[in-house]
Design a protein around this ligand. Sequence first.
Ligand code: ZN
Length: 269
Amino acid sequence: MSAEEKQVKLKGKVIIQGKINCETGLRIGGARESLEIGGLENIMIRDAITNEPYIPGSSLKGKMRSLLEKAYGKEIDIKNRKDIHTCSNPQCEVCRVFGVPAEETEKATEGLLLTRLYVRDGRLTDESRKKLDELREELEVPYGEVKWENVINRLTSKANPRQVERVPAGTSFDFDMVYNIYEEEDINYLKYVFQAQRLVEDDYLGGYGSRGYGKVNFSGIKIVFNGLSEVYEMGEKGKTICENKRPDELLKEFDKIKEDLERELKQPT
Ligand SMILES: [Zn+2]
């Protein structure tokens, strides 16, 4: 077995949960099932069963990744029509955290193949669901509002007013991320998750960002470490590392978070 083929073993999972709060209207586009005449052109993505809007984990993760790529000046392989950066450097701030797509597998080392970060779909908080339910009479669509946006056709320069469905400002979603620890060094890279969250706060989620849509912030972040044997073998509860934080606070306190996680990882089992 060569050095590159070293066996990787899960050591534990860091659970990162909190809220994403919409400071402005948020529009993440959905696919229309049927073409209704007079229907909304730009519908937002909704859960097929509950009809509630949600933030797809892939959208949030994609945005976090692309902002981190820009922050570190990562090369994007435009020639091969790739819109994301991938490489086989195990120390890469982006690929180590966000993973490498399956088609890149041959050139990636085994350890790098494993995606550290999973981002689950963000669901309406109970509080926001209740508030939007109460506003049902006033809202044009369930859990949403409809705005007119004047979109200029780039070819004809003609104004093309269209209706855009979006989540109203003030709505919050619960987010849920899992960061897998395979090697002790992975703890250092957890910082890039908080950095990416902080970057998202000064960028936008979803569409129409240049029109002010999609300004969000993260709050109430709780970090729990689930050690492999304590939690997944013995059924114990995970160890809470910190609670009720924002990304900027997590970045400032990262040395302490790192120390705590390293100590948990070294716990004799
Ligand atoms: Zn990379």
